[in-house]
Each structure stands twice: as structure tokens, then as C-alpha cells.
Design a protein around this ligand. Structure first.
Ligand SMILES: *Cc1c(COP(=O)(O)O)cnc(C)c1O
Length: 393
């Protein structure tokens, strides 16, 4: 089933055994990564074996951490469509433009991937109560898998989060705490309660398996493109688990000998009002400084600082990618353009990738004959509050 070998600290290389619950590295406090026995996988699975499997992310189960198939909590996450965006492409006069539509995941967002895997694995290791600080989508996804798995879910969200996200969690039986202040205040409160009441902390990068769920986007891109990869991937970056996860997936696929093409240039998109990764990238820094007074309509991008910053920056540089900031105004224009040329009602984070694409093309960073994938990370239906003012409802 799973070929996990061991866990390793992304910073100091400390090795930990995989069959116990861990949060951060026990020596230096940085994120842990999961390593697999790729030699064994290479001997026992072929690319072609994957093709006939069910269309969800568990089709890559050898490269995921759950040991017993009975412990998989599956609501159909992953294997989202990779859409050749000919409508949008025509409007932009660009032929090879694709959209990976993560809005079609359970709970309507990309967060289902990470939390399906992390909650399944935590439950397999005996966890009964899980906790998460979130701006919305991660909380909804964790609540769903906890409900399905019979775990108790505790969610901490900033008080000003749109009601959609609160309702979603409550409906699925989570205990919701609305916290005054920013996501950082939520993180502190969640961590404090998790320690006191012995709940498992599912914060981004603070347990090793959400990244494993997110990396499946990388496998899917390869599989859906005939085991080749695009020239450029543009991804809306908050914590950066998607970018780090996909890069890990590509390295694993290369080591398995399943892909031969060169790896894509990875692009992180952030909002101009919260762009710590863009700033650190441009300054050539290894770590990002926390962004003061972060604010944007794209809640998923409103992350003033992340413990995985050095992993995101490393991915951008190693892939010869770049980082781009866009304005909320550009994002709103882009939501409208993707919706009415392509029929995909996208979220603001997803629209940010189109705004970045336009900027990069103007600069000549993307050439006409290249293949580009944009990520729409959630359905626009979760964000109708953005339209309320203009449409007067
Ligand atoms: C969480 C989130 C992101 C950012 O994801 P990371 O991989 O953590 O950078 C982007 N878009 C949406 C809609 C999200 O919910």
C-alpha cells in the first residue's frame, strides 16, 4: 500500500520514524518531510498501472502515507480536470493555456487534498480530536474529513471571515471559535488549546502530511499531460504548500523515471497588500520577513508569514521561476474575464494567476509557444460576498 521510508527535517536533516505522530522537527522546530522507498516503488508499480485506477488522489497510494486502505477517508478529492482554456486563450491570443480546476474538489477548494490525507493519517495513528487555525477553506475541509472519520474538529477563524466559511464548518459539526485579530492570533489560540486539551494541531507545515496531499497536483499534471510537464506553472501562494508539494512530486517522478521532460518554472503569485514571498524573492533572501498589516480580498493569500518560507523560496529559485504581486483590482477584473470567456467561476486566488500571467507575458518572461498552467484553487461560489456591493443584493 504505502512505501513511506522515514520522516526527515527539511532544515537540519534529523530523521524520525514514520509510525508515530509528529508535528515539527524535535530538534530545530522546522517542517518535516516524508521520504519514500522509491527503489521499491519502482520495482512494484509502473506508470501504466495507475491509469486504470479510480479518479481521485488515492490512485497514487504507494506515494502517500496511509498504511491500511481501510483508513482512507475519501470524498472524491483530487484528479480534478485539467482544462485546455481555449476560450480564455483566444481572448488572450495564447494557444497553450490550461486551468487546473481545484474548485471541483470536495468542499469546493484545494484544501480538501491536504486535509483528506492528513486527517486520514492522523486517525490511523489514533488521533480523536483535531484543531486548525484557518481563513476558511482549510477549516471547511478539515471539518468535512473529521465528520466523515468520526473525529471532533476545532476550528479557529478570524472574526471577519465571510459567513460562508463559518456556516460550512458548523454544518459539519465542528466547534468554531471566532478570534479577534488576524490569522496569527488564531494560530496562537489554536496552539494553546491544542496543548492544553491534547488535540492534534493540523496547522499548515506543522504536521508532515498536508503537503503530501497537495503534492498529488504534481502527479496529476504529469499524468494528465501524458507524463510530460508544462513550461510554466502559476500558483496563488499563501503558505506555499502547493508549490513545495508539487516540486517534491516532480522530483519523486524524476527519481522513479516516470517523467523525462524538464521541470516547469514555478511562479508564486501573491497580493500586493500581502507579498512576503515576492519581497524576499526579489531581495535574494533565504527567509521572508513578516508582512505588516496584511490585507486582501483573496483570503487564501493573506498569510503574513509562514514557517515554510525557505522551502517556497528554494522551490522558486531551483525551478528558475519567479514571484509576482498583483492588486485586488486586477484580481476582480480577472475573475470576470475567466468567468465570461471560459465558463469557470473562479475564486480571487485563482484569478490572481491570470493577472500574473498577463504581467509576465507583457514582460516577455513567458513566450508565445510555451505551455502554461494556471491554478484555480477554489470555486467562486464561496466568494459571492465580493459581488454584493456591485450587484446590490
Ligand atoms: C489555501 C489557499 C491557497 C494557498 O495555498 P498554499 O498552497 O498554502 O499556498 C490558494 N487559494 C485558495 C483558495 C486557498 O484556500
Amino acid at each position: 500500500m504505502s512505501f513511506v521510508h522515514y520522516l526527515e527535517c527539511s532544515n537540519c536533516g534529523n530523521k524520525l520514524e514514520p509510525d508515530r505522530l509528529w508535528n515539527l522537527c524535535t530538534i530545530c522546530g522546522k517542517p518535516l518531510i516524508v521520504l519514500y522507498d522509491l527503489k521499491k516503488i519502482r520495482r512494484s508499480v509502473k506508470q501504466g498501472d495507475i491509469t486504470g485506477r479510480k479518479p481521485n488522489l488515492w490512485r497514487y497510494h504507494e506515494l502517500l502515507p496511509v498504511q491500511n486502505p481501510n483508513n482512507i477517508l475519501c470524498l472524491g478529492e483530487g484528479f480534478t480536470p485539467l482544462i485546455h482554456a481555449t476560450g480564455l486563450g483566444k481572448a488572450l491570443r495564447f494557444a497553450n493555456l490550461f486551468i487546473k480546476d481545484e474548485g471541483q474538489n470536495p468542499t469546493g477548494s484545494i484544501k480538501a487534498r491536504g486535509l483528506a490525507v492528513a486527517v486520514s493519517r492522523a486517525r490511523e495513528l489514533g488521533v480523536k480530536e483535531v484543531s486548525i487555525p484557518s481563513r476558511g477553506n482549510a477549516a471547511g475541509a478539515m471539518s468535512a474529513y473529521a465528520a466523515f472519520g468520526g473525529l471532533k474538529a476545532f476550528v479557529y477563524m478570524p472574526r471577519d471571515v465571510p459567513k460562508t466559511f463559518v456556516v460550512e464548518c458548523i454544518a459539519m459539526g465542528a466547534e468554531v471559535q471566532l478570534v479577534n485579530g488576524s490569522i496569527n492570533n488564531c494560530e496562537q489560540k489554536a496552539a494553546q488549546d491544542a496543548r492544553q486539551f491534547r488535540r492534534f494541531d493540523m496547522s499548515t507545515f506543522k504536521e508532515p502530511y498536508r503537503v503530501e496531499g497537495k503534492k498529488t497536483m504534481g502527479y496529476e499534471l504529469a499524468e494528465q499531460m501524458g507524463w510530460k510537464l508544462p513550461d510554466v506553472i502559476i500558483y496563488p501562494t499563501g503558505e506555499g504548500t502547493g508549490l513545495v508539494g508539487m516540486w517534491k512530486a516532480f522530483e519523486e517522478l524524476q527519481n522513479l523515471g516516470w517523467i523525462k521532460s524538464k521541470l516547469p518554472r514555478m511562479v508564486a503569485v501573491q497580493s500586493g497588500r500581502c507579498a512576503p514571498i515576492v519581497k524576499a524573492f526579489n531581495q535574494g533572501k533565504e527567509f521572508a520577513d513578516p508582512w505588516p498589516e496584511a490585507q486582501t480580498i483573496a483570503h487564501g493569500l493573506c498569510v503574513p508569514g509562514t514557517i515554510g518560507d525557505f522551502l517556497v523560496l528554494h522551490t522558486l529559485r531551483e525551478s528558475r521561476g519567479t514571484a509576482v504581486a498583483v492588486s485586488d483590482k486586477e484580481i476582480m477584473k480577472a475573475i470576470k474575464q475567466v468567468s465570461d470567456t471560459q465558463g469557470i467561476f473562479c475564486c480571487p486566488e485563482g484569478a490572481a494567476t491570470l493577472a500574473a500571467f498577463k504581467n509576465l507575458r507583457k514582460q516577455g518572461w513567458i513566450e508565445d509557444n510555451e505551455t502554461v498552467v494556471l491554478f484555480n484553487t477554489a470555486t467562486g461560489l464561496k466568494y459571492i460576498h465580493l459581488w454584493a456591493k456591485d450587484l446590490r443584493f
